[in-house]
Design a protein. Sequence first.
Length: 148
Amino acid sequence: MLDKLTAGLDFQAKALALRAERQTVLASNIANADTPGYQARDMKFSQALQAASLPSSSLRAPTASTSPAVGVAAHTRHIPLTVPTLGAGSVSGGDLAYSTHSQPSLDRNTVDLDRERAAFSDNSVRYEAALRFLNGSSKTMLSAITGQ
């Protein structure tokens, strides 16, 4: 019975964790915008959320293609990218992928600062929305439990 009440909260909590993870990835891209040879990374949020929403019994063991993605710096002076785990067999629900770049640069850096800033802002707004929804839902449940 309780799992039916908390199913919506669980989904929003997973979405919130994935938004925070994506924010870290985008911040790493922005931080390395001037680093020669840096390859921009991003995640497919919808696929990651879908994979994170699977019941724990249907999660498969990590393989080489589904193992936790930790950013590998192309150069020793790059800022490392570490991705927090969500636990239970899934890091981001999907692997981080290299972003496609619109304009090639001479130093082989694929970070498009305008696109990264726009994605960062969009993700921030969506993170805030998920957080507000989660707070509102928990306050509604608490008021229902206390009988107010």
